[in-house]
Ligand binder design. Structure first.
Ligand code: PHE
Length: 332
């Protein structure tokens, strides 16, 4: 019996139970032996008892081991595990820094009544150029090197999210307050400072009597919220879709050597372009420029993120190196 018990092997729950009943059950072999104990001659009682106990221990041991083995197997197969075992910590991922900054910008503008609008990354000529006061052969088209998908009729990868604003004006009547975040594409050499794919947030505000002062105040509110810096300046500039146009600088300061380096010793940093929407653009989008006026602005998210997080190379955003990405844990 002992040899039989020790050699017994199975992976079946039912067979283990049958084995247990056979040896350890109420009418099992062991109880039979214990019942026969009183009839064993006295001088053999000692040895008989030892052997029966040995058999009992072996049978109990076997049942425990077989059950353990069965459980481990099932766990490996994912049937069920020991639910009381302590859990393994799971690494929580981090949001991408571009998403964090984008969400922050959306939050700041939504607090003053802007909604979010989106549009296609593949655009036609009308929405990316012509409606924005950039007719065919306009020299300013060269300002943004374009990836063309097809020509005549031209289909291209949008070079800015101003195209979304055109779509929004075509579909909505003023008052309009909207920001358009999204991916844009320009046929530029990739370097530490520029990439052929990047992200923008552009804003559009159209209503009766919107003035340049409204634009300035909105941008000041925005830069205070995002950077905590309270001084901006607007430098005259040119965009085909705005008139007048300006470049927005924030006063970054000259407190550290880095400040000195990134501002080239001036303390000022350019962060976006803006201006009053050109009446031609309003007309193209079926909005009467005699009744309505508005402002627009646009910024690159990568550039803002590089300033906020002191990132020196734009290419890091697209390499998906976990050592870079896991540094950004944020509520946004
Ligand atoms: N669309 C411009 C660009 O891509 C940014 C801009 C938007 C400038 C709105 C003025 C007004 O650079």
């Amino acid at each position: 019996h002992i040899a039989e018990v020790e050699n017994f092997q199975t992976n079946s729950k039912d067979e283990i139970e049958a084995f247990r009943i056979k040896y350890l059950g109420k009418k099992g072999i062991l109880n039979e032996f214990f019942g026969a104990f009183k009839d064993v001659p006295n001088e053999e009682k000692k040895e008989f008892g030892q052997v029966v106990n040995q058999l009992k221990n072996a049978a109990q041991d076997k049942v425990v081991r077989l059950k353990e083995h069965l459980e481990n197997n099932q766990e490996e197969q994912g049937v069920y595990g020991d639910l009381s075992r302590p859990g393994e910590p799971v690494e929580i991922g981090a949001r991408h820094p571009i998403s964090i900054v984008k969400n922050q910008i959306i939050e700041i503008f939504s607090n003053i009544g802007f909604n979010v609008s989106e549009g296609p990354e593949m655009e036609d000529d009308w929405h990316n150029f012509t409606a924005l006061n950039l007719p065919e052969y306009h020299p300013a088209r060269d300002m943004q090197d374009t990836f063309f998908i097809q020509t005549n009729p031209d289909i291209l990868l949008r070079t800015h999210t101003s195209s979304v604003q055109v779509r929004y004006m075509e579909e909505n009547k003023p008052p309009i307050r909207t920001i358009s975040p999204g991916r844009v594409f320009r046929n530029e050499a990739i370097s530490a400072r520029s990439h052929c794919i990047f992200h923008q947030v552009e804003g559009l505000y159209i209503d009766k009597d919107v003035s340049f002062a409204d634009l300035k105040q909105t941008l000041l509110y925005f830069t205070r919220q995002l950077f905590g810096k309270s001084k901006i300046r607007l430098r005259p500039s040119y965009f085909p879709f705005t008139e007048p146009s300006a470049e927005v600088d924030i006063y970054w300061g000259l407190e550290t050597e880095t400040d000195y380096r990134i501002t080239k010793g001036t303390g000022w940093l350019e962060i976006m372009g803006c201006g009053m929407v050109d009446p031609n653009v309003l007309k193209n989008c079926k909005i009467d420029p005699k009744e309505y006026s508005g402002f627009a602005f646009g910024m690159g998210i990568e550039r803002i993120a590089m300033l906020l997080y002191q990132i020196g190379d734009i290419r890091m955003f697209y390499e998906n190196d976990l050592r870079f990405l896991e540094q950004f844990k944020s509520e946004f």
